[in-house]
Ligand binder design. Structure first.
Ligand code: HEM
Length: 223
């Protein structure tokens, strides 16, 4: 049964929609958390510490965080694998080339593919930068995310990488949220306008909220 659903196009689209919504929830929380940087070192670092102790004493130190990490990894992998398989299917369905050089896929499909690739690369860079410190520009210190974030946005390439990724994220969510709603059956003639507006507002708020952090550092408001 599960196999049949997974093998179907609509099954893969459902996996994309659900995993996308899980990541979206995480991003809303992550963006709100990031904005605490405007309230100073102590509040931001305290929040990062809380992320590790949340759920105690029922949970052990970092258990909740690891649970979130596992859910996110499953969501990212499921999203990427079904996207890849759907796009292979799309290409296979049209084996012969068009007589005129017309692109095989729509503008939205191509931006979603490129956006997805950019975001996948960004997530790897971001973890190596602000979680492990492997590619970090300053003297990375675990438990001191405020200073780590300020260091990241004190380099030109840090700002470029994050801002480009956030713009890609906005576009990806704008179209992705809309597609997910259609796949999950929320679309209808009367609701489509409201869904489009929700997708646009959500994408805009997330992009502005995330970009506010590098902008804060660049303007010296956060230092
Ligand atoms: C300006 C934008 C962003 C800033 C300043 C930022 C900041 C941070 C910081 C400081 C951490 C480490 C937190 C800690 O160790 O306590 C972190 C972790 C993380 N961020 Fe972001 N983030 C941004 C955007 C994003 C975006 C767009 C995504 C997803 C597409 C994302 C996904 C993650 C993930 C998956 C982690 C790893 C959590 C973990 O396992 O520890 N971040 N971020």
């Amino acid at each position: 049964m599960a196999r049949t659903v997974w093998d179907s196009t609509v099954g893969k689209k459902t996996v994309m929609a659900v995993s996308g919504l899980v990541m979206l929830l995480y991003l809303v929380a992550h963006m709100i958390g990031n904005l605490k940087i405007y309230f100073g070192t102590e509040e931001f670092n305290h929040y990062a510490h809380w992320l590790r102790t949340v759920g105690e004493p029922f949970m052990h130190y970092e258990w909740t965080l690891w649970l979130i990490r596992v859910v996110l990894v499953v969501a990212v992998v499921a999203h990427a694998v079904s996207a890849y398989q759907l796009s292979r299917r799309d290409i296979k369905a049209r084996p012969s080339k068009y007589v005129h050089r017309k692109p095989r896929s729509s503008y939205a499909t191509r931006t979603m593919r490129w956006g997805g690739i950019i975001l996948g690369l960004f997530i790897v860079w971001h973890i190596l930068d602000l979680t492990t410190g492997t590619v970090h520009s300053g003297g990375f210190e675990t438990g001191k995310p405020y200073q780590n974030v300020v260091d990241t946005f004190s380099t030109w390439y840090g700002n470029v990488i994050y801002i480009v990724a956030m713009l890609a994220l906005g576009l990806h969510i704008r179209h992705g949220f809309w597609s997910a709603a259609q796949t999950l059956g929320a679309g209808s003639r009367t609701r489509d306008r409201a869904l489009k507006t929700t997708a646009n507002v959500l994408a805009l708020l997330l992009t502005i909220g995330f970009v506010a952090v590098p902008v804060g550092v660049m303007t010296g408001v956060v230092s």
